[in-house]
Design a protein around this ligand. Sequence first.
Ligand SMILES: Cc1ncc(COP(=O)(O)O)c(C=O)c1O
Length: 427
Amino acid sequence: MPDPDIIYQYFKKNQTRFPYLRHDPKFGPRLYLNSGAGSLNVDNYYQQIEKASFSLIPMPGQHTVPEMETASLQQQVRELAADFIGALTPEEISFHFSTTAALFNLAYALRHLFQKGKNCLVTDLDHFANISPWETVASENGVEIRRVKIGPDYMLSREDLLKKLDENTVIVALTAASNAFGNLVPLADITQEIKARSRALVVVDAVHLAPHAPLDVMEFGCDFLAFSGYKIFGPMIGILYARKEHEHLLRPYRVETNKPKAPYFFEQGMLPNLALAGLKGALEYLAELGSGFPTQSVSGSLSRRKKFRLSLELIKSFEQQLSGYFLERWKKDFAEVMKVYGPADQAKITGRVPTFAFELAFKSPSEVKKLFWEKGRIIIADGNHYSAAVVRHLGKPAINRVSLAHYDDLSSLDLFFETLEKIIKHN
Ligand SMILES: Cc1ncc(COP(=O)(O)O)c(C=O)c1O
């Protein structure tokens, strides 16, 4: 990896790509530390939507120019999304209302696998989007649900997972990164072990990892994977990867006249063309982000798949600087009043994204959120984040969370800690 200072300066300059960050004439600088709930949109997202507004029509087709342009956009976005995650073909990509909807659609499409005597594994580290669909289909069909625990180190317990897995397991639903604690799941290793011991299908929720590190479905060895456009600087839309070899297993809801094959049979009704145009804008931005990096003179000749990887590797490296700084400042000055949940070891920084769940000793999460806004104009999160890590593992109704993205920087964190200081003094 190149010099960390060069990476840092590169991402500082790149902040101009995010219009929200420009000064608010009334309130001054804007700070957004809630990317886990949805990222800011990149300029190219707005530009592509505006462009599409003047040319697209609802119905794709092959005989008129506007219809062809619409069909072409849909195909281009499928290809971009396939390259983004390393899918072998765009036919493995389908579009849904959201990731939650995509996973409900998938669970329904696989319901015939849920037969008496079978079981299904979900984890306490996951967002409920990758739990409730499986628990619903399992309970309707009398299939046992087994919940994989989180260990005392906040990591998903591999031991518990392997203990609960057996030859009757049909689905293992796993997250790639916790949207509460920020820690990663070593997917490639775990999937390999799952596949060596069972015939279970592995379904990965990559929503929280997608803006922070390269996704690679081949490396992960998963059968299905979902991510959301609005977590990667684009629109509200869910993207589902379904490995081509499993097409024959899928029995989705579909109207009789829809094409009876992947990916179309998964898509109910007309596609949201403007959202697709926005997704194109966000994905093109991510493909090209690394190409402008000073020492990447060869990147022009790279395949788009490699360009995505390069950009996301740079983001990962930059964000590790942010995580390191957050943990350092927290440990030095605030560890007594602020409890951080999740791995907080500097030596394990590569095993996390910059998402930190925390609690202040003297205030409720909703008061803390309000005070960050009032005293620093900073947006952070409170609530359960739809995360089983909060609801089931910690057994708490709510917790605060700071979650950063590559448009934040060290001064964002300085402002966060200055505001925290004010909140503590205000108490
Ligand atoms: C880890 C994770 N999975 C799934 C989802 C659900 O995504 P969507 O809102 O697209 O259904 C979220 C949304 O916050 C999430 O953070």
